[in-house]
Design a protein. Structure first.
Length: 433
């Protein structure tokens, strides 16, 4: 007689059914589609159902769990052209969310169907009555038709922490003071075609990101001045050369993403991470660092056309630098001159002694590959600090030098080598907008 298997093995039960409900709940939440302006409204009917609607169709256990998990039903993507069944399902979803915080994306990129216009308005009114549960809201106004009328009767937005506003037709919005009564609002992200003047509780904002298409430095600085005491992260894009001589000090700022021109009007003594785009000179960067007396640990230079001597000067003023990301776009000789400095030769000796991660983008393919491999190897062998290296080229293969770099992976160094579009895509992610 063969021995019976222990009871806890349950051989006839599939492994997924043995998962604790807490683990299965976390998996359910990970299946939700990302809420972003590029998100296409997922089909909630038919054979291609998506999460969360598909989860409660698997088995009775999953249905009970899905219906009990209110956080699973809190993400709403709303557009004027929704059908009657979609609006009905959103109403059911709102009920299933119970009292959990809501995350809303309004995609106003079309005119509402005439036959569904009233149903859409009724749903918006229902959603507005739940405004005390709004945690994040994203308004994408790419149509003359906007639901701004539904926002006139908003109550206090007590849970709202993040506001995103973008779209070509925000200029048609008569008033944007409805978000002025949000005591917990901390993050404000304004797109390229947003209205630059918006009434917000600036004195409590910790994150401000804006890429206005035609805004002036005065507009940006006016918004920043309202958040002087609280701002921790700032990401602003501007193409203007004439900056006011007055300097705005941001005492709590930790991360700054900006074009070089705006640095002349700012000071940030607590700054740790600096991202500078499209710099033809590095004088303003050095001046900003010296004026701020900040100890940078992360520096990103994108489309950097500054001379090598100026880049090296910046690095001399950042001795605590742990992460350096740089994309060269100036003289073909610049990458190699900076490389010599990082190798600890001549005037650049001792440059960036704490460097732990280096991302090197040279799409002119002028970098001396062997010298680069020598520099990385020497730094790693000397201090064991430089544990991550990424190289982005146009078409040039690293060949033997690449093999030397990858050989360091057995010693604990992470190495990434990308060419062409893959490298360009990786650089776009540096901004983390």
């Amino acid at each position: 007689m063969s021995p019976q298997p222990p009871e806890f093995e349950e051989p006839d039960v599939p492994p997924i059914a043995r998962l604790p409900l807490e683990v299965l709940s976390d998996i359910f939440l990970l299946t939700l589609p990302a809420v972003a302006p590029s998100t296409i409204w997922p089909p909630v009917v038919g054979p291609r159902w998506t999460s969360p609607w598909s989860l409660d169709q698997v088995c009775s256990q999953w249905r009970v769990l899905a219906l009990s998990l209110s956080a699973l039903w809190t993400c709403f993507i709303i557009r004027p052209g929704m059908t009657a069944i979609e609006l009905h399902l959103l109403a059911i979803q709102l009920e299933r969310s119970r009292q959990a915080p809501l995350h809303l994306l309004f995609k106003c990129s079309e005119i509402p169907w005439r036959s569904q216009g009233r149903a859409y308005t009724v749903f918006l009114q229902t959603l507005v009555r739940e405004c005390h549960r709004w945690r994040t809201i994203w308004l994408e106004m790419d149509s003359v038709y906007t639901p701004i009328g539904a926002f006139k009767n908003l109550g206090p937005l007590t849970l709202l922490t993040e506001l995103r506003l973008s779209g070509e037709y925000t200029r048609f919005i008569p008033s944007l003071d409805v978000f002025d009564h949000a005591p917990n609002l901390r993050r404000v992200i304004l797109g390229r075609k947003s209205v630059p003047h918006i009434r917000l509780p600036w004195r409590q904002i910790t994150t401000y990101k804006a890429t206005f298409l035609h805004a002036t430095a005065t507009t940006h600085l006016a918004n920043l001045s309202g958040a002087v005491a609280t701002l921790v992260e700032c990401d602003i894009d501007i193409e203007e050369n004439n900056i006011s001589a007055a300097t705005l000090t941001l005492p709590r700022l930790r991360r700054l993403v900006v074009r070089e021109q705006l640095l002349d009007g700012l000071s940030a003594p607590a700054l740790r991470e600096l991202y500078v785009a499209s710099s033809s000179s590095a004088h303003s960067i050095t001046g900003f660092i010296v004026r701020s007396t900040c100890a940078l640990t992360r520096l990103t230079l994108v489309q950097c056309a500054a001379p090598a001597a100026e880049i090296v000067k910046v690095l001399r003023h950042t001795p605590a630098l742990a992460v350096l990301k740089i994309q060269f776009c100036g003289s073909p000789g610049t990458p190699n001159e900076v490389l010599v400095a990082l190798a600890g030769v001549g005037a650049g000796a001792g440059l960036a002694p704490a460097l732990a991660a280096l991302s090197w983008a040279d799409f002119t393919d002028s970098t001396n590959r062997a010298a680069f491999a020598d520099m990385v190897t020497a730094r790693w062998r000397a201090t064991r600090r430089l544990h991550f290296v990424a190289v982005y080229t146009c078409q040039l293969r690293m060949k033997a030098s690449g093999l030397r770099l990858r050989a360091l992976m057995s010693e604990g160094v992470d190495v990434v080598i990308l060419r062409g579009e893959k490298g360009q895509t990786a650089i776009e992610r540096w901004r983390e907008y």
